[in-house]
Design a protein around this ligand. Structure first.
Ligand code: 4G4
Length: 242
């Protein structure tokens, strides 16, 4: 997958994309990330990229001809153009999976009060990482790239862990423990030391359901339950052991 990013602040991406998983994925050629400065496409001698809004008002607007040319020049035939904006569809894991399935992405980072509305005609999808305002689309773009990259086979050390997660989707993770078995007078749950794989699997699933119910009940509303999950939920809700 090739990911192009259009930004006025290319320096912001240098260190985040040269660490850990993303660094390794880039080195192995699993993903290609190109950062391009929107200012490279400025049309006048002062390199002006923004201007006052027609009709007046506070702030500046990214000029249509500058950003439009940048998108046109950087966009490949298979690029899906994504604009990071507080007005976009909220990002969630299912949208991340969809985007990870695209061949190439072009991510546009807005600034100021936003971009000239006429450029929106060249954007395929407007995405928000949450209901809050940031100074620019750079951090949202990094969040999006990180979330996508870890789903691409070969990016995570263990190839299955992201896949496994997608099946148990919309449930929170079960609690994890490692040595020592006793810490601060707290013991590791006995079942995890039992070596009984089926019991461990059921215990973890029940913990996932319980945690989701207590911490994020909103997630359960979206979820479909299989027979085992229904029986585990009954155990939880009616305090009954099957
Ligand atoms: C587009 C329009 C995304 C982009 C206006 C971008 C939050 C998110 C920006 C702006 C962003 C998000 C300057 C308000 C840049 N803030 N939630 N800021 N603003 O994904």
């Amino acid at each position: 997958m090739k990911i192009d990013i259009l930004t006025l602040f290319p320096e912001m991406f240098v260190s985040p994309f040269n660490e850990s998983m993303i660094k390794r994925a880039r080195e192995q050629g699993i993903i290609t990330i190109n950062i391009t400065n929107i200012r490279d496409f400025a049309q006048d001698r002062q390199q002006q990229v923004d201007d006052y809004p027609y009709g007046g008002g506070a702030g500046m607007v990214l000029k249509a001809n500058v950003l439009g040319t940048a998108i046109e020049k950087v966009k490949g035939p298979d690029s899906w153009v994504v604009y990071m904006s507080p007005q976009g569809k909220p990002l969630d894991q299912s949208r991340v999976w969809e985007l990870a399935g695209r061949k190439d992405l072009l991510i546009v980072c807005g600034h100021y009060e936003g971009i000239d509305e006429r450029v929106m005609a060249t954007v395929n999808e407007e995405i928000s990482i949450g209901d809050y305002i940031l100074t620019g689309g750079e951090l949202p773009a990094m969040v999006l790239v990180d979330a996508i990259a870890r789903l691409i086979p070969g990016v995570l050390g263990d190839e299955n862990s992201a896949m496994e997660e997608s099946f148990s989707c919309s449930l929170l993770e079960y609690p994890q423990y490692t040595r020592p078995a006793s810490y601060d007078e707290q013991e590791v749950p006995e079942v995890l030391l039992s070596g009984h794989h089926e019991n461990i699997r059921r215990w973890r699933k029940k913990q996932s359901l319980l945690r989701t119910l207590l911490k994020r009940p909103d997630l359960l509303l979206k979820k479909c339950f299989d027979e085992e999950e229904k029986s585990l939920l009954e155990e939880i809700l009616f305090h009954r052991e099957n």
